[in-house]
Design a protein around this ligand. Sequence first.
Ligand code: SAM
Length: 269
Amino acid sequence: MDHQEHFNRNDKAWGSIAEKYESVLENTTIQSSVTLYSLTNAKDAERICEVAVGPGQASRMFVSSIMKKGASYFASDIADGMNERFTKGFQDSDLASNPKVGYEWVETEEEVDVAGQAGKELRGVDRKVFHLKANNEKLPYASEVFDCYLASLSLNLVNNHKNQISESYRVLQKGGVAGFTVLGRQEKCNYITIIPEVIESLGHILSAPKDRPHPTYLADRKKIEKDFKEAGFSSVKSYYTNKLNFERCVRPFQIYGCCTCDRGILWRP
Ligand SMILES: C[S@@+](CC[C@H](N)C(=O)[O-])C[C@H]1O[C@@H](n2cnc3c(N)ncnc32)[C@H](O)[C@@H]1O
């Protein structure tokens, strides 16, 4: 599959399940995002880039209670359906009526002027959120403009994960920090077998197509650490964390049992 084909496929496939993802799955992935916010010390970052934000539950939590005053948060996703949920979720939340929080949709026809947007004088606003459509593998930002990069549960979905890693490195300033989560060891991750089957039986597409590697192919810590080092990251750490809250997420589908999943996290101090 070529680059554009993969882009279109993910845009459509993820967009089509955005509503279900938001109502059923998102509550279970928030643990990963919160872990990343904490491990990357995102609370101290001035300019944060978070990719593949989905419907934005974690983003809203980040903006309302973690992000520091004066910071700018650039949130992106490839799927129109996800971006629509993000906008709606933001507008329906208390953040929309908070005069200190600014939200802006940014068209990405051309390169986004991160410094210009972040430096904009918005009267009374002390936390700025910029939201855009973007492919993790080719971000519409200049190099070295962020001090924090976050990607929860998307590195295993892109066409070539090395492109996403090198983009994360490129947009980070020297000394910047990146945090990623991916699905972990297959034997601990029955989520990736049971749930997609059920979701597909309900008429949605979620599982990786047959021409893609298995969703847990990045769980090999040695291999992935090597990929990060090759991209230029000076210090790479990864580890497995404990299970996600999948017991809850399977209930609507009438499947019971313990679903576990572990993830690795990497960063660049
Ligand atoms: C498993 S969800 C994770 C969403 C959110 N980070 C969370 O933890 O709930 C994966 C997200 O990645 C997005 N995505 C898939 N491929 C992408 C790509 N190439 N570039 C940007 N986003 C992508 C999907 O649209 C979807 O919102």
